[in-house]
Design a protein around this ligand. Structure first.
Ligand SMILES: [Zn+2]
Length: 210
């Protein structure tokens, strides 16, 4: 914890001072331009990999960047509440769903009930991505573990976009071209981010225009 305490002091003295006017502007209001929905993994740092400052991204995180399909009457709809607030209250018009390499949540889809016995809530949550595992097993039944891993992580992003489109206000804005949805895949060891091309059906490296 000492590292974090020292970091809090260092932030106030250095980074805060360097961006003092920005924090002043942000003190009473936020107007983020994008919603970033990413995995809770410690290695995925949204502001770092997008070179954005405080106030730019409305960040929603969950295990394996899973978005539950729209459903009324859920007791504690944390992810749905955050999406609702971002789109209806803050009127944000871009959503990024970002998966990543070596995702423990995606990997856990392939573990047995016995192996997941000690993590009942995680196991229940991962039920939402079970169709991804089934699709991958059908598409590449003889794949290596590495191939299965990246295919699962990428297809999971596509699956979560389909869940996002079950939210009526998201679908309506998306169909009326008032909301853009991106599917991203971040590779930890190279720093590369791939964007899902809906028309081509695969992920392409985000790079400078040729
Ligand atoms: Zn993950």
């Amino acid at each position: 914890m000492k590292k974090i305490h020292d970091g809090a002091v260092s932030f106030r003295r250095k980074d805060f001072e360097a961006h003092k006017s920005l924090f002043g502007d942000l003190s009473k209001t936020q107007k983020p331009h994008s919603v970033f929905i990413g995995c809770s993994d410690s290695r995925l740092v949204p502001s770092l990999i997008t070179s954005t400052l405080p106030g730019e991204l409305f960040i929603i995180r969950s295990v394996a960047n899973i978005i539950p399909p729209y459903k009324k009457g859920v007791n504690y709809p944390a992810i749905s509440a955050a999406i609702e607030y971002a789109i209806l209250a803050l009127e944000i018009t871009n959503i990024i769903v970002c998966g990543h390499s070596n995702c423990g949540g995606c990997g856990a889809l392939y573990k047995s009930e016995e192996q997941m016995k000690g993590l009942p809530h995680t196991n229940l949550w991962l039920e939402l991505s079970r169709p991804v595992k089934n699709k991958v097993m059908q598409m590449i039944p003889n794949a290596t573990e590495a191939e299965r891993e990246w295919m699962t992580e990428q297809m999971n992003v596509v699956q979560q976009i389909s869940h996002l489109l079950t939210y009526p206000y998201v679908l309506e804005r998306y169909n009326n071209n008032k909301l853009t949805i991106y599917g991203w895949y971040y590779v930890i060891e190279t720093g590369e981010i791939y964007n899902y091309d809906v028309d081509k059906g695969y992920f392409e490296l985000i790079d400078d225009p040729q």
